[in-house]
Ligand binder design. Structure first.
Ligand SMILES: Cc1cc2nc3c(=O)[nH]c(=O)nc-3n(C[C@H](O)[C@H](O)[C@H](O)COP(=O)(O)OP(=O)(O)OC[C@H]3O[C@@H](n4cnc5c(N)ncnc54)[C@H](O)[C@@H]3O)c2cc1C
Length: 101
């Protein structure tokens, strides 16, 4: 079974993971995001700063749980990829809350 590792969970990463799922229903897809949120509305930030959008939560249009339920993508937030070894096709990931690698 194919396995894809996606680094970053906003526009580029989430779009890539969604596209991979459309191309391959069987693949294992793991998405690593070092922040706490995925697919948040960067473009809405000026509206939040300008108070057109009042509630911060409205910037978060997707959650790891929803992304998993909709696309069967294993989303790991607060997980920073610190190295990529192309030869062995592996990554080193640091879990930011526990410090575990
Ligand atoms: C204030 C603001 C307003 C904007 N308005 C618009 C607009 O109106 N229209 C428009 O088209 N675009 C707009 N943009 C630009 C748009 O948001 C960006 O083009 C888009 O977010 C880029 O997406 P990306 O996934 O490439 O990068 P990013 O959004 O930067 O996402 C990269 C993600 O990868 C994560 N990451 C990076 N390195 C690692 C690592 N080693 N391990 C784990 N995770 C990692 C980061 O934490 C981040 O969440 C705006 C941006 C900002 C900041």
């Amino acid at each position: 079974m194919a396995r894809y590792l996606v680094v970053g969970g906003v526009a580029g990463g989430a779009s890539t993971a969604a596209r991979l799922r459309r191309m391959n229903e069987q693949a294992e897809i793991i998405l690593f995001e070092r922040g706490s949120h995925i697919s948040y509305a960067n473009c809405g930030l000026p509206y939040y700063a300008g108070q057109t959008i009042q509630e911060r939560d409205r910037l978060f249009v997707m959650t790891p749980e929803k992304f998993h339920a909709w696309l069967n993508v294993d989303v790991r937030v607060r997980a920073e990829v610190t190295a990529i070894d192309r030869a062995s096709k592996s990554v080193l990931v640091k879990e930011l809350d526990s410090g575990r690698e």
